[in-house]
Design a protein around this ligand. Structure first.
Ligand code: FE2
Length: 325
């Protein structure tokens, strides 16, 4: 069990242990009682940043528990202590509000609804490399943020659907998303084009979309955003493992319901339903859902780890987020 400075690795029953000995996610707690002052945590982050980053590279997700992070502004200070550059949420589709500093609400869609597994903003070419989550109000029950290792999902999908996965690697994926003129917080990706591109000016929206590899086609009640082909699989630099990195299952589920979000292979072929059904099943088998505790800070490598949201069974729940370049 790793230990360094004030950090002590601990085990939780929900973690997964893979054959290579990798425990996912890594959970770090203080090994000292001297953490009543948030400053101690911030200074420890600064002092041990290279070590923490190497752990993040290796494990994909770090959960910090018990460090006395008590408010959104404490969380903002913790994010700042890591010193990763902020990624503005331009092009993002989740309804979100700024809380303080670089801290935003995680997603304002109804908490009793599931949010499918995704890599943050994988449907643009300008996605965050890391994400922070913070539990401001602990859920009564449910409302976990399940996480999943992309390399594990890739390996399992490759074994089950080798032809489809090699097509995906070869052609990538093209996303088509119709965004309305009005915000819709009843769905997980219901931002209006004004909120998505942070402007009321269509020309500015078009310029911002172009920078992210998207093309806009204005339609009666909003705009159709066509993005891609984008890579759907990413190669991890350090481990040289390939990782699932796309929004295919989000599109698949959305298509079955509202049909405003669609994806196809970069060569125009459709994504097979049976592959998506297997993908959803593997996601459920491989994910880890640790119940939130107030003050938890979760740091995720967005290229290596997918996340979602389980339905909230008993309120309250307040989980906040910060995105890094
Ligand atoms: Fe997300």
């Amino acid at each position: 069990m790793a230990t360094r400075g004030i950090f002590q690795e601990v085990n939780l029953p929900e973690q997964k242990c893979y054959e290579n000995g990798l425990v996912f996610p890594m959970v770090l707690s203080p090994n000292t009682n001297n953490t009543s002052n948030l400053n101690v945590f911030e200074e420890a982050i600064k002092a041990e940043k290279p070590w923490l980053e190497s752990l993040l590279n290796e494990r994909g997700a770090l959960l910090f528990r018990g460090f006395n992070v008590k408010s959104p502004s404490d969380f903002n200070d913790v994010v700042e202590a890591f010193g990763f550059a902020e990624l503005p949420y331009i092009g993002g589709r989740a309804p979100r509000t700024n809380v303080v500093g670089r801290v935003f609400t995680a997603n304002e869609s109804p908490p009793d609804k599931t949010i499918q597994f995704h890599n943050e903003m994988a449907y643009t070419s300008n996605y965050p490399s890391k994400l922070f989550f913070f539990c401001d109000e602990e859920p009564g029950s449910g409302g976990e943020t399940p996480i999943l290792l992309g390399p594990v999902l890739y390996d399992k999908m490759k074994a089950k659907h080798p032809k489809f996965v090699s097509q995906l690697e070869q052609h990538g994926v093209t996303y088509t998303h119709t965004i309305s003129n009005e915000d819709n917080t009843s769905i997980g990706n219901g931002s209006s084009w004004h909120s998505t591109y942070m402007t009321n000016d269509k020309k500015v929206a078009e310029e911002r979309a172009t920078k992210q590899g998207s093309k806009l086609e204005w339609v009666e009640n909003g705009v159709k955003v066509i993005t891609g082909p984008l890579p759907a699989i990413k190669l991890q630099e350090k481990s040289q493992r390939k990782s699932w990195f796309n929004s295919l299952t989000v599109c698949y589920i959305s298509q079955k319901n509202a049909k405003f979000y669609d994806s196809m292979l970069g060569n125009g072929e459709s994504v097979p339903d049976d592959a998506m059904e297997d993908c959803l099943r593997i996601m459920e088998e491989e994910c880890v859902a640790i119940p939130w505790k107030e003050g938890d800070v979760l740091l995720i490598d967005n290229l290596m780890v997918m996340h979602g949201r389980k339905p909230l069974i008993k309120p309250p729940r307040r989980v906040l987020a910060a995105l890094c370049k």
